[in-house]
Design a protein around this ligand. Structure first.
Ligand SMILES: C[S@@+](CC[C@H](N)C(=O)[O-])C[C@H]1O[C@@H](n2cnc3c(N)ncnc32)[C@H](O)[C@@H]1O
Length: 268
């Protein structure tokens, strides 16, 4: 019926709209993407726009991960399922014939994408809001605008980008250590970048660094000029920050004031 039509026309005829044309990632680049994300057997990988299934199949075959491919083109979904079976990983891999803008990718610990800059930007708010902090995102060739990548590597003639989804820590937090010392920190956040101010027993102290790496937050505080700065590392979960570094271990910080718009940083 479609013999006189191009493949794109055929897709439109079938009511299928492609936001990105099919261009496969070279197998060696697939390897680089999975290594950059540090995929392992505990991961659940989602490839958004999975084409012939090569990324999910490689994630299962070479890294032991569970993987889901999301693809709108039913023909390619069929090919991907056959490929997974041929490689013996059909029990670890599934392909969903869905629009990537409509799929729930929140179970993912790793998301891979070879889409377009505009599509990445459209997905960005959902990736930030719906993925768990610490999840990794790897994009082949296209960045995410002013959400700067945590790592960018050149791979053959391609750029590969890695982002670690940051916890949302903007606002004011308070905690107390076992010896009764009271801490308060006010953090402003833009993506993974932080700036802030810190008080110890209501006296302003020097906050040298505030670093966010997924669900880990490090504050480096200069308490008194003559002493080494103190590094306090927190694990961020469920609206609380729990100290995991030896000093202050187990102390819990609670958010006492939410972030306001003016606590967003511009230009960092
Ligand atoms: C550039 S290819 C990448 C294929 C594969 N991820 C790879 O790297 O080899 C983009 C894929 O996205 C699919 N695609 C385009 N728009 C889509 C949409 N709205 N929902 C799901 N898949 C889509 C295309 O059919 C195509 O297979």
């Amino acid at each position: 019926m479609f013999r006189h039509l191009s493949r794109d026309d055929q897709m439109e005829e079938m009511g299928m709209h492609l936001d990105v044309p099919y261009v496969p990632t070279h197998e060696s680049v697939v390897k680089g993407m999975l290594e950059l994300a540090g995929v392992d057997a505990d991961d659940v990988l989602y490839d958004l726009g999975s084409g012939d299934g090569r990324i999910p199949v490689a994630a299962a075959l070479d890294h032991g991960a569970s993987a889901i491919g999301v693809e709108i083109d039913s023909g390619r979904v069929g090919l991907a399922r056959a490929y997974a079976e041929q490689m013996g990983v059909e029990h670890k891999v599934a392909f969903l014939e869905l629009d990537l803008f409509e799929v729930d990718f929140s179970p993912a610990t790793v998301v891979t994408m070879y889409l377009l800059h505009t599509v990445n930007l459209e997905l960005r708010p959902r990736l930030l809001a719906e993925l768990r902090p610490g999840s990794r995102i790897v994009s082949h060739a296209f960045d995410m605008g002013d959400w700067r990548a945590d790592r960018k590597v050149s791979f053959k003639s391609d750029a590969l980008y890695l982002w670690i989804v940051p916890a949302r820590v903007a606002g004011t937090w308070q905690w107390q250590t076992a010896d009764g010392t009271r801490y308060r920190v006010e953090l402003q956040q833009r993506y993974q970048k932080l700036i802030g101010e810190l008080w110890i027993n209501d006296e302003l102290a020097e906050l040298e660094t505030a670093l966010l790496w997924g669900d880990l937050l490090e504050l480096v505080v200069q308490k008194e000029q003559d002493y080494e700065p103190e590094s306090i590392v927190f694990h961020c979960q469920d609206e609380q920050l729990t100290v995991v570094s030896e000093n202050q271990k187990g102390a819990v910080a609670r958010r006492v004031a939410a972030a306001t718009d003016d606590k967003q940083i511009d230009g960092v």
